[in-house]
Each structure stands twice: as structure tokens, then as C-alpha cells.
Design a protein around this ligand. Structure first.
Ligand code: NDP
Length: 399
């Protein structure tokens, strides 16, 4: 873990360097790369600080309905204000007005990408350190705290750290990184226009797919409350840095690559990636919604039939029909199909844009194993029964 704490940020810088200074091609890491290390600028510090404050204010003040989260181990619930949909559109509207008035440059995020990366790191580490100590002192989740300083820093010491009622994990998971991802994409598209006088079809596809993905997350914001991260993952460096740095700077790799690579797609290629993305979305959203709705109302028909399920001694029901009868994490398959559709518009001159799909395969295969172990622990024999009924992990008939 100590290696990853330093290695993952180094990897993000490596990609940034290859994309900004090596024509998007991989290269053997060299010390000379340090000559171009992006130092923070006054603008980048103001942007990151302003972004965190602005999104924080929106989370507190924007209108939205208040809902109960899932049951915690002590039997209580936390409440969450679901105002992400408002925050998302309001942020885009404010930026659009700022651009129309000439107050915000459309290419600012693209121009400042390197300094923004360093600044985001400068914020993420102290925030993670603060909540590591805060969790230990005030809200320790004893079951998950190991006493190993590095492990606890990585995984966090509290499940839902809240300061004066402000939920920091929900904020990081569902606001700062997700919206920044799309804003950076759009800025990169504007940069492509500035440099080449056009926005190419591949850039439009990548921006549109990712815009849709994030908008959809906010449209179904309540479903975030039943994800693994919110229910089971403590708030540590992994989630903090992951959302503040990893997500906005690696999920935009395709758009970063396309800024300097002007190519078109054949008509059949354009149609193909749109269909692939649509298929991935149908599986991803269909499966996640099905589980969410089933948990809220187990009688609701699934694909026109009464849902099949495994009742557990612990209480929660395990859905075993619909998408969840095809594979135990078929929702991950949907994400992987979409990830591939986001990479393909970059064509095949460099492997770097494909990092995203490769990373997601590793992440989701590993995540499925972790979730499997944790469900096995929670549900024991009932989980075994479910595994017997639904033998595939992610890809029906294959894996
Ligand atoms: P899930 O939403 O699948 O949540 C897993 C939990 O759901 C389990 O711990 C269990 O919790 C419950 N569960 C498992 N099986 C069943 C069942 N058959 N019926 C009812 N409940 C069940 O996983 P994630 O939170 O990991 O993923 C959510 C979405 O986010 C996925 O689509 C994933 O692809 C996506 N994702 C995307 C990432 C990205 O970077 N693009 C990263 C991570 C996730 P319990 O029983 O305790 O309720």
C-alpha cells in the first residue's frame, strides 16, 4: 500500500506527461520528465479551492429531497439531501454564464491541467490525513480499523465522517470528482477547437458518452446510497484521492489524447461505438435500478414476472432473477462495455487511451472478489445458495 500511495500519483503524472509532452505515446520513464513537472499556479489553486467551496455550498444549500440511507450496523440511518441533479446543472449553468460574460475561459481547465493536477494532490493528501485523524478521534469504525497506520490511512478510519452534519464521503463520491470530470472534458474539447478550428467526431462521442454517464448518476442519485463505497467503504485516502485526483485526471485521458489527435471515424464505426455504449448503459443502469427498486419494493415485477430471490437469515433479500439472475455483478459488465466504447474513438495509434478500460477490468474484477467475500461473511450459507443459483460472477456464461 505504501508503494501505491506514491505509485498511483506517479502514474497519473506519467500519463499527463505522455499526453501533454510525448504526443500521447508511452515512453520509458526518465528523470528528465521532472524538468516539466507542473507546479501549481495562482489560478490552479484558486480553481481547486473555489471548486471545493462552491460544490460544498451547493451540497449544503441546493434544493433537494431528504432521504434515509441504508441501515447502519447499529440499526440507525443517516439522512442525505439529494441535490446532485440541481448542483450538476447549476454548475454547468454558472460556467456557461461565466463564459458568455467573458469571465471564464472555456479552455482554462485544459490550459491549466498540469498545475491543476498538482494542486488537486496538494489538497487531497491533507484532507485524507485530516479525516484519518478525525475518524480515529471521533468516529472510529472499530471493525475496520486495523491499527496499521498505512492501512488505516488508505482505507480510512470512519465509515461516514460528518463535520457539523456535512457528509464528506458523499461529497467526494458524488460531487467534486464527477462534475470536474465532465468540465475538464468540455474544456479539452474547447481546446481542440481553439487549436484546430474543429471538434472532431471522436471528441464529440467521448464527451457526450461521459456527459451522459455523469448526468445519469445524478438523475439516479439515490442509487449511490446503496453502492459498496457508501455502504461498506471507510472514507480514507483511497476514496478521497481517488475522487479528487484519480477520477478527474485519468477518466479524461481519452479527451486529453484527442485534443492533439485529429482523426475521423467511419460511419459504421460511429454507429458501432454508439450502440456499444447504449448496450453497456442498458445493462449498467438496468441492473443497478433493478437492485435498488427490488430492495425498496420486493413485490414489484421484474421483466414482467414475480422476482425470484434468496431470503437471508440476516434480513436483506438477494435478488436472483432479471439482470441479477444472469450474473452476480452483471452491472460491472455494463460499465466495462461503456468503458470500451469511450476508448475506441481514439483508434489504435497509442495504448494510453485504453488505460481506462484496462484499469476498470482490474478494478471491477478485484472489487467483485472483495464484495463476494464480504457478502459471504454477511450472509453465509444464504450467499452460497445464491452463488449456486447464479454461478457467474460478471459475464453471463463466461466468467
Ligand atoms: P453494487 O451496486 O453491485 O453493490 C454491491 C452490494 O449489493 C453488495 O455488497 C450487497 O450489499 C448488494 N447485493 C449483492 N448482490 C445482490 C443481489 N443479488 N440482490 C440484492 N442486493 C445485492 O456494487 P458497487 O457499489 O461496487 O457498484 C455500483 C455501480 O458503480 C456498478 O455499476 C459499478 O460498475 C459502478 N462502479 C463504477 C466505477 C468506475 O470507476 N467507473 C467504480 C466502481 C463502481 P448488501 O446486501 O449489504 O445490500
Amino acid at each position: 500500500m505504501a508503494v501505491l500511495l506514491l505509485g498511483l500519483p506517479t502514474l497519473v503524472y506519467y500519463f499527463w506527461f505522455c499526453l501533454a509532452h510525448n504526443d500521447g505515446q508511452p515512453m520509458v520513464p526518465q528523470l528528465v520528465m521532472l524538468d516539466d513537472f507542473p507546479l501549481p499556479t495562482a489560478s490552479s489553486v484558486m480553481i481547486v479551492a473555489g471548486w471545493l467551496v462552491f460544490q460544498g455550498i451547493l451540497q449544503i444549500l441546493a434544493p433537494g429531497r431528504t432521504v434515509e440511507g441504508t441501515v447502519l450496523r447499529d440499526g440507525t440511518h443517516l439522512t442525505y439531501k439529494l441535490n446532485g441533479w440541481f448542483a450538476w446543472w447549476f454548475t454547468l449553468a454558472v460556467l456557461a454564464v461565466g463564459m458568455a460574460l467573458g469571465l471564464v475561459s472555456p479552455t482554462i481547465a485544459a490550459d491549466q491541467l498540469g498545475p491543476l493536477l498538482t494542486t488537486a494532490n496538494m489538497f487531497a493528501y491533507p484532507i485524507a490525513a485530516f479525516f484519518w485523524l478525525y475518524g480515529k478521534r471521533f468516529q472510529s469504525d472499530d471493525e475496520r480499523v486495523t491499527g496499521n497506520a498505512i492501512g488505516d490511512f488508505w482505507f480510512g478510519t470512519a465509515l461516514n465522517p460528518r463535520v457539523a452534519g456535512f457528509d464528506v464521503k458523499f461529497f467526494c463520491e458524488s460531487r467534486v470528482g464527477l462534475i470536474a470530470w465532465v468540465v475538464i472534458d468540455l474544456s479539452l474539447a474547447a481546446k481542440q477547437y481553439e487549436l484546430h478550428g474543429m471538434v472532431t467526431v471522436p471528441m464529440v462521442l467521448v464527451c457526450a458518452f461521459q456527459f451522459w454517464y455523469v448526468a445519469d448518476c445524478f438523475l439516479h442519485e439515490e442509487a449511490i446510497l446503496t453502492t459498496w463505497d457508501i455502504k461498506h467503504e471507510n472514507f480514507g485516502w483511497m476514496l478521497c484521492w481517488g475522487n479528487l485526483v484519480w477520477l478527474p485526471f485519468t477518466y479524461t485521458i481519452q479527451a486529453q489524447y484527442l485534443v492533439h489527435h485529429i482523426h475521423d471515424l467511419p460511419f459504421w464505426g460511429t454507429v458501432g461505438v454508439i450502440l456499444l455504449n447504449a448496450a453497456g448503459y442498458a445493462v449498467f443502469r438496468g441492473a443497478n435500478l433493478q437492485k435498488h427498486r427490488f430492495r425498496k419494493c420486493p413485490e414489484r415485477p421484474i421483466w414482467g414476472a414475480k422476482p425470484e430471490f434468496i431470503a437471508t437469515a440476516k434480513g436483506p433479500l438477494l435478488l436472483a432473477s432479471g439482470w441479477w439472475g444472469l450474473a452476480r455483478h452483471v452491472n460491472y459488465l455494463g460499465d466495462l462495455l461503456m468503458a470500451l466504447a469511450w476508448c475506441l474513438p481514439c483508434l489504435f495509434a497509442s495504448p494510453i487511451p485504453y488505460f481506462y478500460v484496462a484499469y476498470l477490468i482490474i478494478l471491477l474484477v478485484h472489487r467483485e472478489r472483495r464484495d463476494h467475500d464480504s457478502c459471504k461473511l454477511r450472509y453465509g450459507k444464504d450467499w452460497d445458495l445464491y452463488c449456486l443459483k447464479v454461478p457467474y460472477r460478471i459475464v453471463p456464461g463466461l466468467y
